[in-house]
Design a protein around this ligand. Structure first.
Ligand SMILES: *[C@@H]1O[C@H](CO)[C@@H](O)[C@H](O)[C@H]1NC(C)=O
Ligand SMILES: *[C@@H]1O[C@H](CO)[C@@H](O)[C@H](O)[C@H]1NC(C)=O
Length: 323
């Protein structure tokens, strides 16, 4: 009996360690490695960044430009694009930039065609699918934003991937490059909400989970053909994201412990070609560890109801009943 018990405990401990350390070790190792240089890896070529006029996308463009890559910056807001233009034009005179105004919530085919017309001649190696926003709302009420959000965060980004990926695959680098086999990369911005269910964020969670699932599955195909894939799961990041969510003070509190866009991009550059699932920030890592210990059903029963103690969530719950 004693033997059976200790056998069971030892097996449990071994599985627990495997679960925790197979997660933490790659994340930590990458954290200590140097950042990749995109120009060395893919040759001087173009990065396409959606949602590139602020936050993570903008910081990505800054770093890529400093490394000598050309950038296509796609953004919705023209004045933010202009600010980004001012920022990037100072950084590296040997690089070029192209700015495209596009609203990803609109018809994905039309938006994609509008972009393709302008990038036809460019040698594109890196595609960063980053455009997106979130909002808290009842998924059971009639939602005016569901389709907009699905288009912005998921459909239009993937439609653009679909049009540009053959060109990335066809790339072959010059003989002078020491890294011929690396043709390019696809990066996707998912979110910590892919890991854990959040009340009143069903719409947002579904957009970010579908990006993560797409990227992580895509990575297998891409590995065969020399294309790097990284799926970013940032926790709260101090970006314009929060400008579009109003009246949620719990989020404002979370934002205080959020990562900076710079630190997200630093982790991305360290992960290129090394790690597909890139969890950024302490909050994502803690949530991931939590989900390894407490499974969904226990979480839904015992933890998720705590959300309803916050007035903001109570308010959201009541809102659409009167609609
Ligand atoms: C762009 O952003 C500015 C400042 O954040 C805002 O005032 C303006 O309304 C935005 N424009 C559009 C078209 O959304
Ligand atoms: C952005 O810059 C362009 C060209 O410099 C200018 O025509 C346009 O009015 C600017 N837009 C905004 C919203 O500042």
């Amino acid at each position: 009996m004693n033997f059976l018990l200790s056998f069971f405990l030892n097996i449990s401990a071994a599985l627990f360690c495997l679960s925790i350390f197979s997660y933490l070790i790659p994340q930590l190792v990458v954290w200590f490695l140097p950042e990749r240089n995109l120009k060395h890896r893919y040759g001087q070529s173009w990065c396409v960044v959606t949602g590139g006029s602020s936050g993570i996308g903008q910081q990505f463009a800054v770093k890529a430009t400093k490394q000598g890559m050309n950038c296509v910056i796609i953004g919705r807001n023209e004045s933010h694009l202009n600010e980004t233009k001012d920022l990037l034009s100072q950084l590296n005179p040997q690089t070029q930039q192209l700015y495209i105004t596009a609203d990803f919530s609109k018809d994905p085919d039309v938006v994609t065609r509008h972009i393709l017309q302008q990038v036809e001649e460019l040698d594109i190696s890196v595609l960063f699918l980053n455009a997106g926003y979130g909002s808290f709302e009842k998924a059971t009420g009639p939602s005016s934003t569901l389709v907009d959000m699905l288009n912005t965060n998921t459909v239009t980004n993937l439609a653009l991937f679909n049009s540009l990926s053959p060109r990335i695959l066809r790339r072959s680098l010059s003989q002078t490059s020491s890294s011929k086999e690396h043709r390019g990369a696809v990066f996707l911005t998912s979110s910590v909400v892919d890991l854990v269910a959040v009340p009143y964020a069903a719409n947002y969670c579904s957009t970010k989970s579908s990006l993560a699932a797409f990227g992580e599955s895509l990575a297998f195909e891409c590995q065969q053909v020399g294309v790097d894939v990284v799926v970013l799961r940032p926790g709260p990041v101090n970006t314009r994201f929060y400008d579009r969510i109003s009246g949620i003070s719990i989020l404002q509190a979370i934002q205080l412990v959020g990562s900076s866009p710079q630190s997200v991009v630093r982790k991305l550059f360290k992960s290129v070609g090394r790690l597909v699932a890139c969890d950024v920030g302490l909050s994502t890592i803690l949530v991931r560890l939590f989900t390894k210990v407490v499974d969904y059903n226990a979480y839904a029963t015992f933890v998720a109801p705590i959300f309803n103690l916050f007035p903001e969530f109570q308010h959201l719950g009541q809102e659409s009943e009167t609609r």
